[in-house]
Design a protein around this ligand. Structure first.
Ligand SMILES: [Zn+2]
Length: 332
C-alpha cells in the first residue's frame, strides 16, 4: 500500500499543510486563514483539525507515515521543543511535538524551516541529483540549511545552518544577533528596503523616493527590483550590494566545504537577474576552489563543477522537506 506524509509550514504569516506521496508528489495543499500570530493554542487546534481532515481524505489511497513541521526558530531536536522563535514567542518551552503526537497518535518531527526547505530542494528540487548542498533562503531574514550525505546537518545542538549571520562586512550594519555586517543585513527583503531608504536619505535616488512615497504598490524589495531592471542606477546599486554580500558568503562556504551545490531560494531569489552578476564576480574573485572547479580554460583540468543556482520549488520546498522527514526516519 502506498504511503503519504504530511508537511506543515509555520514559516509565513499563514499556516500551510500538505499531503505528500512517497514519490514527492503533492497530493493536496491547504492554506488556512489562521494567522500564526494569533497564538499557539489556536494554531495547534487548526493543525490537528486540518491533518485529520487530509488524512481521512487520502486514507483510501495510502497510510500516513507521519508529520513533519517546519518552524521558524531554533529547535531542540532531542526534546522536540522550540528553544527560540522571534515570530512564535509562545511556542518556546512547550512540548509541541509531544502534544501533536498525543492528539494525532502518529510520529511528529519538528525542524527549522530553512533546514526543511534545504531538505525539500535536495529531495525534489535543484539538488535532487546531489548528495550534499548548502541553501540560503532569502526572505524577510536570511535562513540557511546544510545537507550532507543526504541528511540535514544539525551540528552539536541543532543550531547549525545559521548562514544569515555570516559576517560579510566587518563594520557593517548592526544585526539583531548582536553582531554587525551579517549577510541578513544585506541580502534579505528587509535589508533591500533599508538600503533603499538609505539611498533616498543620501539624496539623488529620485525614482526610489517617488516609489517610496507612492500609496500603491506598497514599497517593497519587488518594487526596487522592478526599478533596477528598468535601469534605475541607485536601485541597481542596491542589488549589486546584495550580490556582493552573497558572493562573499558563498565564496567562504565554497572554500570551507567544497560542496557540489549552493542553492539560493526565498522571495528575494526571484531578483536573481539583478544580483547574480555581482555575486558571481565576487565568488570568482574570492574563491580559488570555485575557480579550480569552474575553469574557463577549455584545455584546463575538468573537475566536477561547483554549481551556484536558484532554488526550483519556491514556497513548496519547506512543505516537501517537512513531509520528507518522517519518511526518512521510519526507514531506519
Ligand atoms: Zn546577525
Amino acid at each position: 500500500m502506498p504511503r503519504f506524509a504530511i508537511g506543515v509550514d509555520l514559516g509565513g504569516t499563514n499556516l500551510r499543510i500538505a499531503a505528500v506521496g512517497e514519490d514527492g508528489k503533492i497530493l493536496e495543499v491547504i492554506t488556512t486563514a489562521t494567522e500564526v500570530a494569533r497564538g499557539r493554542s489556536l494554531v495547534l487546534d487548526e493543525i490537528c483539525f486540518t491533518i485529520n481532515k487530509i488524512s481521512a481524505k487520502h486514507s483510501s489511497n495510502g497510510s500516513l507515515t507521519g508529520i513533519g513541521i517546519g518552524v521558524p526558530g531554533i529547535i531542540d531536536m532531542k526534546s522536540g521543543m522550540v528553544l527560540k522563535s522571534p515570530n512564535l514567542p509562545d511556542w518556546t518551552d512547550y512540548p509541541v511535538q509531544q502534544e501533536i503526537e498525543r492528539r494525532l497518535s502518529t510520529t511528529v518531527i519538528l525542524e527549522n524551516d530553512a533546514n526543511a526547505a534545504a531538505f525539500g530542494e535536495k529531495w525534489m528540487g535543484a539538488g535532487r541529483d546531489q548528495d550534499d548542498l548548502c541553501m540560503f533562503t532569502l526572505g524577510t531574514g536570511v535562513g540557511g540549511g546544510l545537507v550532507f550525505d543526504g541528511k540535514i546537518w544539525h551540528g552539536m545542538t541543532g543550531m547549525a545552518g545559521e548562514l544569515g549571520h555570516t559576517t560579510v562586512f566587518a563594520d557593517g550594519h548592526p544585526c539583531k544577533c548582536n553582531s554587525r555586517g551579517c549577510l541578513e543585513q544585506y541580502a534579505s527583503a528587509t535589508a533591500i528596503k533599508r538600503m533603499a531608504m538609505e539611498a533616498i536619505a543620501h539624496g539623488g535616488a529620485i525614482e526610489l523616493e517617488k516609489a517610496a512615497k507612492a500609496p500603491t504598490p506598497e514599497f517593497s524589495a519587488q518594487v526596487i527590483y522592478n526599478l533596477a531592471m528598468a535601469g534605475d542606477k541607485p536601485s541597481q546599486q542596491i542589488f549589486q550590494t546584495v550580490g556582493q554580500a552573497l558572493g562573499i558568503a558563498i565564496a567562504t562556504f565554497i572554500n570551507a566545504l567544497n560542496l557540489p551545490m549552493y542553492v539560493i531560494g526565498g522571495g528575494v531569489s526571484h531578483s536573481w537577474d539583478a544580483f547574480a552578476p555581482a555575486m558571481f564576480e565576487e565568488i570568482k574573485f574570492r574563491s580559488f576552489v570555485y575557480r579550480a572547479t569552474n575553469s574557463e580554460d577549455p584545455n584546463g583540468p575538468r573537475l566536477q563543477e561547483t554549481i551556484v543556482t536558484p532554488a526550483l520549488l519556491g514556497g513548496d520546498a519547506g512543505l516537501l522537506g517537512a513531509a520528507r522527514l518522517p519518511m526518512v526516519m521510519n526507514k531506519h
